[in-house]
Design a protein around this ligand. Structure first.
Ligand code: UD1
Length: 377
């Protein structure tokens, strides 16, 4: 039996954090939740949050210091999510996600807590991985607004402008964050690596792909596409599929994401335990086993946004999605992940298949929006 750890889960009242808290408790760990229950997101403590919950902001050093007392590990999920609306969101992404993480890491260092798992995102990659028939693996630059407006959605080879084929993105590619949220996630990775170097701690960053499932927040400008489509369908309105609907994503179920966090917690514990120069089962020395490792958390079963819309709509009878040709400048075209590293190092393999998970999601409870507008977490 794996050892029992006392784990602080930040963002424990949120969509992903609440599932993680449940999964970790079910595995026998002793979980303390921390969540600001920010009024822009929550109408008080949600019914689904059970167990200990400290109501505090992760940017508050005194509150974080208190919440960390007696903890063995931290699972950091508190963040402002989504693509944002416009430039005015920039300071909030930096403040909540970057400052919040820095405050937490500093306090963990003082408490001598050496185990960290945190939520990163596939948006850290920018565009996914592409091959050109002539130039091999290439990195297309952001798509030009004029191309998008003309319906040319596929990125082209930066050298010869030929069409590209997509392939799976592995963790080793250079990061290329293309919006404020993505930049804040990359900053969290770098801060965690710095913390690990300074303290000798072990950190795992989980690059979530498109997470969906019960308790996903309802339609807000900060919601993922699955929740937006689900809200449309419930209201009898056809989901609006942007671009030509051919953009590919990896939709991963929130219970699988929670399981990945549990396995990552066990992995950081092994790294810390092995760091006295013992050799871990993979043959790494302790020093290599510590530090920061990042993993895609994905189903390994990519689908287009158009397919997601029609599969979800099938759960609602006769509403057909509409493909609108609209586009958002911060959006990337295809991100399809390799789940191999997480399978190899963490033993993580998603269990919930797309058809099954989306069918459940069609009627799963969503989190009600707060009464205030401009939801943020
Ligand atoms: C999403 C999350 C991001 C998270 C990442 C990985 C949001 C807004 N984005 O990124 O925070 O880090 O997953 O978990 O939560 N689309 C439509 N119609 C709509 C809305 C969107 O067709 O009404 C399309 C978009 O153009 C895009 C795709 O759906 O092509 C996915 O959009 P979205 O879920 O917003 O963002 P991701 O970039 O995939």
């Amino acid at each position: 039996l794996a050892k029992v750890m006392r784990v602080l889960v930040t963002g424990a009242a949120g969509f992903i954090g609440s599932h993680i808290a449940e999964t970790m408790r079910a595995a026998g760990h002793d979980v303390r939740g921390l969540d600001s229950l920010t009024p822009a997101v929550h109408n008080g403590r949600p019914d689904y949050v059970t167990g200990e919950l400290v109501v505090a902001d992760v940017r508050d050093p005194a509150a974080v210091n208190e919440a960390l007392a007696g903890m063995d590990a931290v699972c950091h999920q508190a963040a402002m999510v989504g693509l944002g609306v416009d430039l005015s969101d920039l300071p909030a992404y930096a403040d909540v996600n970057v400052t919040g993480t820095a405050v937490l890491l500093e306090a963990m260092g003082r408490h001598g807590i050496p185990r960290l798992v945190f939520a990163s995102s596939m948006v850290a990659y920018g565009e996914g991985a592409y091959d050109c028939a002539t130039h091999g693996r290439v990195r297309p630059s952001p798509r030009h607004p004029a191309d998008l407006a003309a319906g040319r959605f596929e990125p082209r080879c930066p050298s010869c402008a030929q069409p590209l084929t997509t392939t799976t993105v592995g963790e080793e590619v250079p990061l290329d964050p293309r919006n404020a949220y993505a930049a804040s996630k990359v900053a969290q990775e770098h801060l965690s690596a710095s913390w690990a170097r300074l303290t000798g701690g072990a950190a795992v960053g989980l690059r979530y792909h498109n997470v969906y499932g019960p308790r996903m927040p309802r339609d807000t400008p900060y919601s993922g596409v699955a929740a937006i489509f689900r809200s449309c369908l419930e209201n009898g309105v056809p989901p609006r599929v942007f671009e030509d609907g051919g953009q590919r994503r990896d939709f991963v179920h929130v219970r699988d994401v929670a399981q990945a966090n549990l396995l990552a917690l066990e992995a950081v514990d092994r790294a810390v335990t092995d760091s006295d120069g013992h050799t871990d089962p993979d043959g790494h020395t302790g020093a290599e086993a510590g530090g920061l490792r990042c993993y895609n958390v994905a189903s390994g079963e990519p689908h287009t946004v158009g397919e997601m819309a029609s599969t979800l709509a099938a759960g609602f009878g006769d509403i057909e999605p509409v493909v609108t040709g609209e586009f958002r400048l911060g959006d990337v075209r295809h991100i399809v992940a390799s789940p191999d590293r997480a399978a190899r190092d963490l033993g993580f393999r998603a269990q919930i298949r797309f058809a099954e998970g989306i069918a459940e999601f069609a009627h799963a409870p969503l989190r009600e929006p707060a009464t205030l507008t401009g939801a943020r977490s």
